[in-house]
Design a protein around this ligand. Structure first.
Ligand SMILES: Nc1ncnc2c1ncn2[C@@H]1O[C@H](COP(=O)(O)OP(=O)(O)O)[C@@H](O)[C@H]1O
Ligand SMILES: [Mg+2]
Length: 257
């Protein structure tokens, strides 16, 4: 299979000038005999907001899982700074302050908001810091603060997504990956969510966000990659991607803004 990029907008402005924080180099992933990623390359620089777009089944979640150490590439490498991380366990990746907010939120319904947050700190031992960070998350997302003794199963979809992000923050990431965070949320909850993400970004968080529908991710991101059948088929600034009718039509369904 060819790994040629069909549409290239601008290359990342930092390329060749400063080293990326994350580099995914030519990774291929197989599930049994089925090849799901075919030579995926992407890079994210500190402080950037990058999106990965693509239709259902194009390999977006697998890409994030490979970066998080949950799936092992058959070939290629993933590096954080100068360190190779594709050889590490997921918990070792989390300790390097890179965290994944998984698709479908995956909060524990039968546990309280607070207990769910504590689970996000399982790689840490600093009790005082953990307590302070729970307070921090509750201040950031006041609705979680008000409901901290409630079971997560009683929260709305938007609140569960906040909890999932809050749990991820408990590992003190400086780099967050979010897999379809807006899926299944109401328009108001989506607005809230992306406001929260913009705030995190303004505080210096580096972000890699996966979305099936282009519009919300394009409002948040600086740059993006488009995946199709396990290959990067397009990359560019969000303006370039948005204005490329061919990209929108071919890979993302109807043009969306
Ligand atoms: N654990 C798995 N075992 C077998 N096939 C899988 C597994 N996970 C994903 N796939 C397949 O890999 C392809 C890409 O999946 P995924 O990365 O979840 O796509 P996306 O997130 O873009 O919707 C799909 O065809 C999917 O069915
Ligand atoms: Mg997915």
């Amino acid at each position: 299979m060819s790994t040629e990029i069909q549409f290239v907008g601008s290359r990342p402005p930092q390329e060749g000038i400063t080293p990326p924080l994350l580099s995914v180099n030519d990774i291929s992933v197989f599930f049994g005999p089925v090849q799901v990623l075919d030579g995926v390359n992407l890079a994210v620089w500190p402080g950037e907001r990058v999106c990965i777009l693509g239709s259902n089944g194009s390999g977006k979640s697998t890409t994030l899982k490979a970066i998080a150490g949950l799936v092992k590439p058959k070939s290629g490498t993933v590096s954080l700074g100068t360190e190779r991380i594709d050889t590490l366990d997921p918990s070792q990746v989390v300790r390097r302050h890179l965290s994944l907010v998984p698709q479908g939120r995956r909060v524990f319904y039968d546990q309280t908001v607070e207990a769910n947050l504590l689970l996000g700190a399982h790689t840490r031992k600093d009790k005082g810091g953990i307590k302070a960070d729970i307070e921090g998350v509750c201040q950031r997302f006041p609705r979680l603060g008000e409901r901290r003794k409630q079971l997560a199963g009683s929260l709305s979809g938007g609140e569960q997504q906040m909890l999932s992000i809050g749990r991820s923050l408990m590992a003190r990431p400086n780099f967050m990956m979010l897999d379809e965070p807006s899926l299944g949320l109401s328009p108001v909850a989506i607005q809230d969510l992306f406001r929260g993400l913009a705030q995190l970004s303004a505080e210096g968080m580096t972000m890699l966000v996966v979305e099936q529908l282009a519009s919300h991710a394009l409002n948040l991101a600086d740059r993006g990659y488009v995946l199709d059948q396990g290959r990067v088929v397009a990359m560019g600034t969000v303006e370039e991607l948005r204005s490329s009718g061919a990209v929108m039509e071919a890979y993302l369904g109807k043009a969306s803004g």
